[in-house]
Every structure is written in structure tokens, then in C-alpha cells.
Write a protein that binds this ligand. Structure first.
Ligand code: HEC
Length: 437
């Protein structure tokens, strides 16, 4: 053993002695500024920061921007990351294919737990990484950048005191002033406004002159000619930016719908103004693929009273090759699980998305890193499971003693398997399309 080695050994022994009882020599080294803040910046601060532009309730009620804010939550943070409840992510499979996948590595969880066990020390501020720069702060609140144009409802709407649950649609025309020529957009972002009453907002593009059925309100996902869903934001949703080469064509003279679902406790003084906005981002690359946002849906079901595990499914056989960009399983309070499966023409099958613990307060859109090819002839099955038992009812607040069908209110149910994709012409069919996998 040379001298240097001996000194290190003595030093380590000294640290162990200083940190007695126990053998916590690691703990003394894990500090907030050096080890924890980088993990928080990367995985937590998008939601744990002072709110302001709280689109769809993503922003948590507690901010973890600095040591002072974070320290009081240390115990709770360790618990939430160990149980993998935070950061929130609900798909158990597949892993590594979705661009917005959240999660900590085992090593990161370990580091957080060690830090908390050691008393959550601050450490040396000089070790801290630079603060995160948020796109919103530089872009007037928009997370996707500076919009090319913003569309609003013709006028704000007052959700009056006595309103409990209402689903209502407004339309704004894309006049020549707003949109002088037909334009490909590659992204859009909704802002529901600073109120606590918006349960969801959906928006569609309606072709110039297309008929809008008066009962379109609750069925944004329905197939209606001349109408194309952009997206919905609900609790836990995020803005959409499409990959290069993909877009949605907005034609001058078409209309944009604002389908608003408001939900609150009726009370004097509970009224709130709603003045939602949609920011659009014009595609600067040439667009090759028109994106379609569609649903595999079942609207004809009745979940029996008190049934603890009722399955509702829908399927579709593809008549063209498609490239899938997104899935968004949408259901309400009774839904416990959701699953998308592809049955290929050669008889094999593949699990496209598995959400074993569905939580309606986290309406996640699963976005592929690389668009997923599903060849013509593939059958897609979407299944949801529902728990209409009194036990769940007492936790989630619904009536388990009735048949529940498709409906727009929070205590009705839905079984909508949204899917965002583009159709490929024969000429574009990819080499992979010929061998199915
Ligand atoms: C996508 C948004 C989002 C991300 C990312 C996120 N959180 Fe949260 N977090 C929330 C929301 C919303 C709440 C409050 C509602 C709830 O508890 O579900 C919350 C609550 C919490 C709580 C409070 C639980 C309690 O005791 O009430 C802790 C602790 C927490 N998060 C830790 C973390 C940590 C640590 C990370 C990163 C590793 C993280 N969160 C990432 C949205 C997020």
C-alpha cells in the first residue's frame, strides 16, 4: 500500500467515523446542488414550478425550483419516487418508444433516497447547474415558441354561478384577415385561461361550408365529413408539435371549434370567465403527410350497476398502410385500464400500448419518437376496463347503482381510443410494409 492509498483509506475511515452511527459514507456526499437539482430540472420542474400558464392542470400545486422550496417536501419526494408515482407515467409497455415517456432510473431514485436519508443537505451552491430557461417565459406563455397566429372565440363566455357541468361549443371562422391563404400548420397549443372550471377543451377544423351537426358538441371524436379533430386538452395533457413533413391543412374560410367542458360546484361567487385561445405554428418544411386524428370508439355500451371489471372493446381493420404518431386513450372515472393491440395480417400480434392503471385525471397522449408503421390489413383492437363497484364509487365520487353509457358528463363514461396517423399511398409504402414487422 503506498502512501497516497493509505491517506485515502484513512480519510474514508474518518468520514465513516464522522457519520456514525451506521455506514453512511455515501450519504454525506449526496447534496441538493450537486446531485438532486439536476434530476429535478430534468424530470420534475416542468410541472413543479410557479404556475401562471397552467395549461390543463399539469402544473403541480407545489414548486421545486430551489432548495428552500424543495427541502420541506423531501420525505414526500422520496416516497413518491420510490413508489414510481412521480414523475407520472402510466404506460407499462412498450418502453423506450414514446418521446414523452417519463421516469427515473433506479440509480436516480437511489440518489434521491440517499439524499433524504442523510437529512437532505444543501451542499455547495457553486455545484448547481444553471437554471432552466423555459420557452414560455420567452414566448408570452406559449411552450411551443412564438405562434404564427392565435385564434380566439368570438367573445369570452361566462360560466355562471349555478352551472355544475356543461359541454358547449363555440366557433371562430378563419377569415381572410386571420388566414389570407390555405396554410399547413405543424403545431398548435391551447390555452384555457386562468380558471379552475375547465375540465377539457377540444378543437376541430371544419371545412368551409361543411355542415356542423347541432349535436356535435359531445362528440368531438366522431367521424363527421368535413371535420378534422386537432386535439383535446384535459388534465395532464400537453401541446402538440408534429414531426417535420407532417401537418394539418387549414383552409381560408374554414372554422375552428372550441368545444368546452366546464365542471364546478355551483355556488354564489363561483362564476368564472372562459376566454380560451389556440396558437398555431406554420410548417416551414414542405408537408408530405396530412395528419388525421381519429378514434376507435364504442358508444353503444351499458356498464352494469356494481360491476367490478367490465370490458368494452372496439376494433378496426386498416384498408391502407398507416404511420401512427399518437395514441390517447380517453375514458372517465370508472376506467381502470386501457390497451391497444395490433393483429397483423400474418397472424402475429403486438402490444401497441398498455396502461394497466388508468387514471382519468392524467389524460396522456402517447407520442412515438419514430412514427409506427401498421400495414394494410392490420386489425387494431382497443379495450378499456371499468370498475363500477361501490368501493371505487366512494373513492372517485360516482353513482355505482345505475347502468352507465357513453356520455359527455364526468359521471357518464367514454371508451374512445384516439389515434393520430397518416395514410400512405401505394407509392409511399415503406419497404417494411411488405414484411409486416
Ligand atoms: C407531468 C407533471 C409532473 C411531473 C413531471 C412531476 N410531477 Fe410531481 N406532481 C404533479 C402534480 C399535478 C401533483 C399534484 C397532484 C398529485 O399529487 O397527483 C404532484 C405532486 C407531487 C408531490 C406531492 C405529493 C404529496 O405529498 O401531496 C411530490 C412529492 C411530487 N409530485 C414529486 C415529484 C418529483 C420528485 C418529480 C420528478 C422526479 C415530479 N413530481 C414530477 C405533477 C408532476
Amino acid at each position: 500500500m503506498n502512501l497516497q492509498r493509505t491517506l485515502v483509506a484513512l480519510f474514508v475511515l474518518g468520514m465513516v467515523a464522522a457519520a456514525a452511527p451506521g455506514y453512511a459514507q455515501h450519504d454525506a456526499e449526496v447534496t441538493y446542488y450537486k446531485d438532486i437539482l439536476p434530476i429535478m430540472q430534468e424530470n420534475c420542474q416542468t410541472c413543479h414550478r410557479p404556475s401562471g400558464y397552467n395549461i390543463s392542470g399539469l402544473i403541480a400545486p407545489m414548486s421545486f425550483m430551489d432548495y428552500k422550496e424543495t427541502r420541506p417536501w423531501a420525505r414526500s419526494i422520496a416516497r413518491k419516487v420510490e413508489s414510481r408515482e412521480m414523475p407520472p407515467w402510466f404506460a407499462s409497455a412498450p418502453q423506450g418508444v414514446f418521446e414523452n415517456e417519463r421516469g427515473l432510473t433506479a440509480a436516480e431514485i437511489d440518489t434521491i433516497v440517499q439524499w433524504v436519508d442523510a437529512g437532505a443537505p444543501a451542499g455547495n451552491m457553486a455545484d448547481a447547474p444553471p437554471a432552466v430557461q423555459w420557452a414560455e417565459d420567452a414566448n408570452d406563455g406559449w411552450s411551443l415558441g412564438t405562434p404564427d397566429f392565435v385564434v380566439k372565440m368570438p367573445e369570452p363566455y361566462l360560466v355562471e354561478d349555478d352551472i355544475y357541468d356543461i359541454n358547449i361549443t363555440f366557433y371562430a371562422e378563419l377569415t381572410e384577415d386571420i388566414l389570407p391563404e390555405d396554410t399547413w400548420v405543424k403545431g398548435w397549443e391551447f390555452r384555457v385561461g386562468d380558471n379552475q372550471v375547465t375540465h377539457h377543451m377540444c378543437s376541430s377544423v371544419i371545412e368551409p361550408g361543411a355542415f356542423v351537426p347541432p349535436d356535435a358538441v359531445e362528440d368531438e371524436g366522431a367521424d363527421v365529413a368535413g371535420r378534422q379533430l386537432l386535439s383535446c386538452v384535459a388534465e395532464g395533457g400537453e401541446a402538440d408539435m408534429l414531426p417535420d413533413g407532417f401537418g394539418v391543412l387549414l383552409k381560408t374560410g374554414s372554422s375552428i371549434s372550441f368545444n368546452m367542458h366546464f365542471h364546478k360546484e355551483p355556488a354564489e361567487g363561483s362564476a368564472a370567465w372562459s376566454d380560451p385561445q389556440i396558437a398555431f405554428f406554420v410548417a416551414d418544411e414542405p408537408v408530405k403527410h396530412q395528419v388525421i386524428n381519429d378514434t376507435l370508439s364504442n358508444r353503444g355500451f351499458e356498464i352494469p350497476p356494481n360491476h367490478p371489471n367490465y370490458r368494452i372493446g372496439s376494433s378496426r381493420v386498416l384498408d391502407k398502410d398507416i404511420l401512427v404518431l399518437t395514441y390517447w386513450p380517453h375514458a372517465h372515472l370508472r376506467a381502470t385500464a386501457a390497451r391497444y393491440v395490433a393483429h397483423y395480417p400474418d397472424g402475429t400480434e403486438e402490444l401497441l400500448l398498455d396502461v394497466p392503471h388508468y387514471d382519468q385525471s392524467w389524460q396522456v397522449t402517447y407520442k412515438y419518437k419514430e412514427p409506427k408503421l401498421l400495414p394494410k390489413g392490420t386489425r387494431i383492437d382497443v379495450d378499456f376496463w371499468y370498475d363500477n363497484s361501490p368501493e371505487r364509487a366512494s373513492r372517485r365520487g360516482f353513482d355505482p347503482n345505475r347502468f352507465v353509457g357513453h356520455g359527455p358528463r364526468t359521471d357518464d363514461e367514454m371508451s374512445l381510443g384516439f389515434i393520430g396517423y397518416v395514410e400512405l399511398d401505394e407509392s409511399e409504402a415503406m419497404p417494411a410494409a411488405t414484411n409486416n414487422n
